[in-house]
Design a protein around this ligand. Structure first.
Ligand code: ADE
Length: 250
């Protein structure tokens, strides 16, 4: 799988993909990541990529022409019908606070693509024709405004890469983690057994696998209820589980 990031700050990405799982996936040839300067697809002396918004208002908007040209040259496909990219196993992601949320499910979908082109928005926005007719997906990484899509691109590449088969040490290790079931991960402890007066829960020290599993499930549900009531509401739980997690603060 190949990531092609389109940005006005290609230097931003220097070094960020040289760590941990992403570095290993790149070294092993599972993923390639390249950052491209949007200005390379301009044709004027000053390499202008933005312009004033029609209708007035503050700030500048990224022009459509260089972005369309960039995506067309990086995919070898004509823009104008995003469905064609999907059919060819490509995704074109426009990062913006107006997008749909990046979830584990969407990351999983993107991990199956042959190529993911990532467009980093900037300034006050991007000409809407990019969202209308070029991008297969308009994606936000959360309900806050970044000054540009670049940090979001790093998040997306990381979340997607670790789901590419073979990227994690064991093929199954992405199955048991937070969000894979719509709830948060269970809490973990390591040595020492007692640290500054706080002990590791006794059940984890006993080696009784079924009891440990029960405790982890309960603790995960309790944590989900406290920290992410939205997920807890939507999770598919038995009445008994919902009841048990609904009580005290464990
Ligand atoms: N660009 C600015 N804010 C963003 C966000 N929350 N997600 C993705 N891209 C963005």
């Amino acid at each position: 799988m190949r990531f092609d990031i389109i940005t006005i700050f290609p230097e931003f990405f220097r070094g960020v993909f040289d760590f941990g799982i992403v570095r290993r996936a790149r070294a092993g040839g599972l993923v390639e990541v390249a950052a491209h300067d949007l200005r390379g697809w301009t044709h004027d002396r000053h390499k202008v990529v933005d312009d004033r918004p029609f209708g007035g208002g503050d700030g500048m908007v990224l022009k459509p022409e260089p972005i369309f040209e960039a995506v067309e040259s990086l995919t070898g496909l004509a823009g104008g019908d995003a469905e064609r990219f999907r059919e060819a196993g490509r995704r074109v992601v426009l990062l913006s606070p107006q997008g749909r949320s990046l979830t584990q499910a969407l990351a999983g979908e993107l991990s199956k693509a042959e190529q993911v082109v990532v467009i980093c928005g900037r300034y006050e926005g991007v000409d809407e024709r990019v969202a209308e007719a070029l991008a297969t997906d308009e994606v936000s990484i959360g309900d806050y405004v970044l000054s540009g899509g670049e940090p979001a691109a790093v998040v997306l590449v990381d979340a997607v890469t670790r789901l590419v088969p073979g990227a994690l040490g064991s093929e199954t290790s992405a199955v048991n983690e937070s969000f894979s079931e719509g709830i948060l991960d269970f809490p973990n402890y390591t040595r020492p057994v007692e640290f500054r007066g706080r002990r590791v829960p006794e059940v984890l020290l006993g080696g009784h696998h079924a009891e440990v599993a029960r405790w982890r499930r309960r603790a995960a549900l309790g944590k989900t209820r406290r920290n992410r009531p939205d997920l807890f509401e939507r999770a598919e739980l038995s009445d008994a589980e919902r009841e048990r997690a609904g009580g005290g603060d464990d």
